[in-house]
Design a protein around this ligand. Structure first.
Ligand code: SF4
Ligand code: SF4
Length: 554
C-alpha cells in the first residue's frame, strides 16, 4: 500500500481548461489524401530512408531505418504509394523543413506481415533493438528513444518505475482520455518494463483532476492482480508532470542539478509510451498513430486518434477552427511552441494543437523592468533563480547564465506566469540556450577545421622526410659518385684554415659544375663525369636533409 506523498517547491495553479475536450470520447480521424511522414521525429540520428518514390508500402512497413542506437525507425501509417521523399515544413517554431516520406494512401489499409517476436525469451538487448525498430519513442513530448531508457542505471538496477499520467498543462487531455480508454494496455506495458528493468515497484502518478482515468487505472490494476502496481492520485499543481517533480512527489527523492533519476534507481515513462511498448511487443504494432488534443478556439474541441504524418489542417478541419484564430500552438499555453503553418504534419511529439484568439489569450501586457520581487524564484519548481537567468541572458552573459544552471530550466513558464512586470522570461532563456548551442556548434566546426589543417601539415612534413630518406638511401647505394668530393679535396690548403670560406667556395664549385651538367644535358652532350657529378649533388642534398632532421629538437 502506498504511503506518504511529498511535495515539490514552487509551481502554480493555472485554470486547467480541460473540460471541453473531454466531453466526447477519442475519435479516429479518417486518413487525409496525403501523409507526410518526417524521417526525424525523435532525439538522435535521422533514420535512413528505406523506400523510393514510386514504391508501394503497407501499413506498419518500416520506411526509415534507425541511424545507430540513439535513433528510432519510422513506419508507414497505412498502405499506399510513396510519391516523394523531400524536405517538408515541420511543426517547429523555426519554420524549418526536414526530409519526409510523402505517401498517398490507397484506401485499403493493408498491413505488412506481423513481425513475431517472443520478447519473453529474448535478451534485454534484443528487446531494446526490437523497440528501436518499432519506432517507439517517449510520447510525453521529449521523444527520447524508449529502448535507451530500458537500460538499468549506474547502480545496475531500477528500484521504481514511474508511469507519468499527471498531464498537468492546461488544455491538454490526450493522456487523460487514453488512460480512460486503454488502462489495461498501459498497465501491461508497465509490467513489461518492470520486468525489463527488474524494478521492484511501479507507481502510476495521476493528478486528482482526472477521476475517471484514475478509476479506470485502479480497476485495471485490480484485474491484473500484480501487487507491485500502485495507482497514486496526487494534488493538481503545475508542473507536477515534470519528471523530476513527479519523482519528488511520489518517492521523496530530490534529483540534484546535473544528475539523472536512474542514478537514484528511478525511471519514468509517459503512459502513452507504456501503451506503445505493449502494442509493439505483444501485438507487433509499430508506432504509427497517436492521440492529439485539439482545443482552444475551435468549435468542437476533442481528442483524435490520428495517423502520424496527417497534416495539421486535417485536424483543425475536423475540430472546426474559428475564423478569429490568431495563432496556432503545438502543446499547451505554458510550454507550447508557435506553429509555422497548418500544412505541417502530426509527429510523434505532438500531444496537443491549441488555437489561440485575442479573446482566449489576450495579448501580453507591456514588459516592465524587473523589480527584483523574487516571485519568480518562489514559483520555480527547479529551484533556480529566474531573475538572475533573465539578467544574464538579456546581457548576453551566457557563461554566467550557465553558472546559474540555465540548462536545468525546464521552460515550464511558472516564473513568467507570476512575474508582475510581465517579462517573457522563458523567451530570454530559450534565446540564451539557442545562442549557446550555436556557439558550441561554431566552436566544434572551428576545432574540426583546425584539426584538418594540422593533419595536412603533418602529412606534408612526413612526405618530405620520406622523400629525403629515399634520396639518401639511393645516394648511399652509389659509392663511385665522388668527382665533386675530389674537387673539394683539391682545394687550396689555405682554405682548411677558413672552413666557412672553403664551404662557400665548394658550394659555388658544385653549383657551377651542376649548371654545366644541366646545360650539357640540355644540349645532349652529358659526359659520364658530369652525370656522376649530378648524382653526387643529389646525394649531398639527401645527406643534408638527413642531418637537418637529426638536428631537430626532440
Ligand atoms: S518576478 Fe519578474 S519582476 Fe519579480 S524578480 Fe522575477 S523577473 Fe523580476
Ligand atoms: S521556466 Fe525555468 S526558470 Fe522559469 S520557473 Fe520554469 S524552470 Fe524555473
Amino acid at each position: 500500500m502506498f504511503g506518504k506523498l511529498f511535495s515539490f517547491n514552487g509551481g502554480v495553479k493555472p485554470d486547467p481548461s480541460k473540460a471541453d475536450s473531454t466531453r466526447e470520447p477519442i475519435a479516429r480521424l479518417p486518413l487525409p489524401p496525403q501523409l507526410v511522414v518526417p524521417l526525424h521525429q525523435h532525439i538522435g540520428g535521422t533514420p535512413r530512408p528505406l523506400v523510393r518514390p514510386g514504391d508501394a508500402v503497407l501499413r506498419g512497413q518500416r520506411i526509415g531505418a534507425a541511424d545507430g542506437n540513439v535513433s528510432s525507425a519510422v513506419h508507414a501509417p497505412t498502405s499506399g504509394r510513396v510519391v516523394a521523399i523531400e524536405p517538408r515544413l515541420m511543426p517547429h517554431a523555426s519554420g524549418l523543413s526536414s526530409l519526409a516520406v510523402v505517401i498517398e494512401p490507397d484506401g485499403q489499409d493493408h498491413r505488412a506481415e506481423r513481425e513475431y517476436f517472443d520478447w519473453h525469451a529474448a535478451s534485454p538487448g534484443e528487446v531494446r533493438d526490437f523497440l528501436r525498430d518499432a519506432g517507439v519513442v517517449g510520447l510525453g513530448g521529449a521523444v527520447f528513444p524508449s529502448h535507451l531508457k530500458l537500460t538499468p542505471g549506474k547502480q545496475g538496477q531500477t528500484d521504481t518505475l514511474i508511469l507519468n499520467g499527471a498531464e498537468c498543462e492546461p488544455f491538454i487531455t490526450c493522456d487523460d482520455m487514453l488512460m480512460r480508454a486503454e488502462a489495461e494496455g498501459i498497465l501491461r506495458g508497465a509490467l513489461i518494463m518492470k520486468r525489463l528493468l527488474a524494478a521492484r515497484q511501479v507507481l502510476v502518478g495521476i493528478e486528482d483532476n482526472k477521476p475517471l482515468a484514475a478509476a479506470a487505472l485502479k480497476a485495471a490494476a485490480l484485474a491484473l492482480g500484480d501487487a507491485a502496481l500502485e495507482i497514486v492520485v496526487i494534488p493538481t499543481r503545475y508542473p507536477a508532470g515534470g519528471a523530476k517533480q513527479l519523482i519528488r512527489v511520489l518517492t521523496g527523492i530530490e534529483v540534484p542539478h546535473g544528475s539523472r533519476s536512474t542514478d537514484y534507481g528511478v525511471q519514468c515513462f509517459n503512459v502513452a509510451t507504456s501503451l506503445a511498448i505493449w502494442r509493439a511487443l505483444e501485438q507487433g504494432e509499430p508506432l504509427t498513430r497517436r492521440i492529439v488534443t485539439v482545443a482552444g478556439n475551435v468549435e468542437r474541441p476533442r481528442n483524435f486518434d490520428v495517423a502520424i504524418g496527417t497534416p495539421i489542417s486535417h485536424l483543425f478541419d475536423a475540430a472546426g477552427l474559428r475564423p478569429d484564430t490568431d495563432k496556432l500552438i503545438m502543446g499547451g499555453p505554458m510550454m507550447g511552441i508557435p506553429l509555422p503553418g497548418i500544412e505541417a504534419p502530426v509527429v510523434k511529439a505532438m500531444n496537443c494543437l491549441l488555437a489561440s484568439s485575442p479573446t482566449l489569450f489576450p495579448p501580453p501586457e507591456a514588459e516592465q523592468p524587473c523589480i527584483r520581487c523574487g516571485e519568480c524564484a518562489r514559483a520555480c519548481p527547479a529551484d533556480l533563480q529566474p531573475f538572475e537567468l533573465y539578467w544574464h541572458s538579456r546581457a548576453r552573459n551566457f557563461g554566467r547564465a550557465q553558472e546559474y544552471h540555465l540548462f536545468d530550466c525546464i521552460e515550464c513558464g511558472c516564473c513568467a506566469y507570476v512575474c508582475p512586470s510581465h517579462i517573457p522570461l522563458v523567451d530570454y532563456y530559450r534565446y540564451a540556450k539557442s545562442e549557446i548551442w550555436a556557439r558550441e556548434r561554431e566552436k566544434d566546426a572551428a576545432d574540426s577545421a583546425r584539426e584538418r589543417f594540422e593533419f595536412r601539415n603533418w602529412r606534408a612534413e612526413r612526405e618530405k622526410e620520406e622523400k629525403a630518406a629515399k634520396l639518401a638511401a639511393r645516394a648511399a647505394a652509389k659509392p663511385a659518385a665522388k668527382p665533386a668530393a675530389a674537387g673539394a679535396a683539391a682545394a687550396p690548403t689555405s682554405m682548411a684554415d677558413d672552413p666557412k670560406k672553403a664551404l662557400i667556395e665548394a658550394a659555388m664549385a658544385r653549383a657551377k659544375a651542376q649548371k654545366e651538367a644541366v646545360e650539357a644535358k640540355n644540349t645532349g652532350s652529358l659526359t659520364t663525369a658530369q652525370q656522376a657529378q649530378i648524382d653526387a649533388t643529389e646525394a649531398r642534398r639527401a645527406r643534408a636533409a638527413e642531418l637537418a632532421d637529426g638536428d631537430k629538437p626532440e
